[in-house]
Write a protein of this length. Structure first.
Length: 171
C-alpha cells in the first residue's frame, strides 16, 4: 500500500505546497530538493493532561539521595568562606564539617565529595599523604559519627591516605 503523501510529493510542482494529516508543509527548496516537516497537525497530549498522570508517567525522578555534594575543608580558617564562583558552597574549617554534614544528612543527602585545602602545598601533593591531613581528620570524624550511613568520595592522594579508614570511601 502506497503512502498518499509520498505520491503527492512526487506529483507536485516546484512552487507548490502540500498539506496533509501527517505532514505540515512540504516545499521545493532552492537546492532542488523537497523539504518537509514530519509533525502531526494534532499533538497528542493525553498523557500530559493532569498533574497526576504526568507524575505517574514521569521517567526521571530525582531525590536528595541522587546528588553528590562537594565539601571543601580548609586548614587555617576559623569561619565558613563562600566560594564566589559557586554560590551557596563554602570552604569550611575542620571544626564546622560535622555540623554541615549533619544538616545535609537531615535533608536526605547521603554522598559527599571531599576536597582538602591544606595550608602548605607542594608540587608532589605530599600533604594529602599525611595521616593528620585535613581530609583524613574529617573522614575519621565523620566515620565515627555516621558509620556506614553516608558515602565519601575522595580525589587524588587524599583517597590513598584514607585507605586506612573502613567503610564507604570511593576514589
Amino acid at each position: 500500500m502506497k503512502n498518499r503523501n509520498v505520491d503527492k510529493l512526487r506529483n507536485m510542482d516546484k512552487n507548490q505546497s502540500v498539506e496533509s494529516d501527517f505532514i505540515d508543509t512540504t516545499t521545493f527548496n532552492s537546492n532542488n530538493h523537497y523539504s518537509y516537516e514530519l509533525f502531526p497537525k494534532m499533538r497528542l497530549r493525553r498523557l500530559r493532561k493532569t498533574a497526576a498522570i504526568r507524575e505517574l508517567l514521569q521517567e526521571i525522578r530525582l531525590s536528595p539521595k541522587d546528588f553528590v555534594i562537594p565539601v571543601f575543608v580548609q586548614e587555617g580558617i576559623n569561619k565558613n568562606l563562600e566560594i564566589e564562583s559557586m554560590p551557596g558552597i563554602f570552604r569550611l574549617p575542620h571544626g564546622h564539617v560535622l555540623k554541615n554534614i549533619e544538616s545535609l544528612y537531615e535533608l536526605g543527602l547521603r554522598a559527599f565529595l571531599l576536597f582538602g585545602l591544606p595550608t602548605a602545598k607542594d608540587s608532589n601533593g605530599s600533604s594529602a599523604f599525611h595521616n593528620d591531613g585535613v581530609v583524613q581528620r574529617s573522614v575519621e570524624l565523620l566515620r565515627k559519627t555516621f558509620s556506614d550511613k553516608i558515602v565519601f568520595i575522595l580525589n587524588g592522594g587524599d583517597a590513598l591516605a584514607a585507605k586506612n579508614f573502613s567503610g564507604n570511601i570511593f576514589s
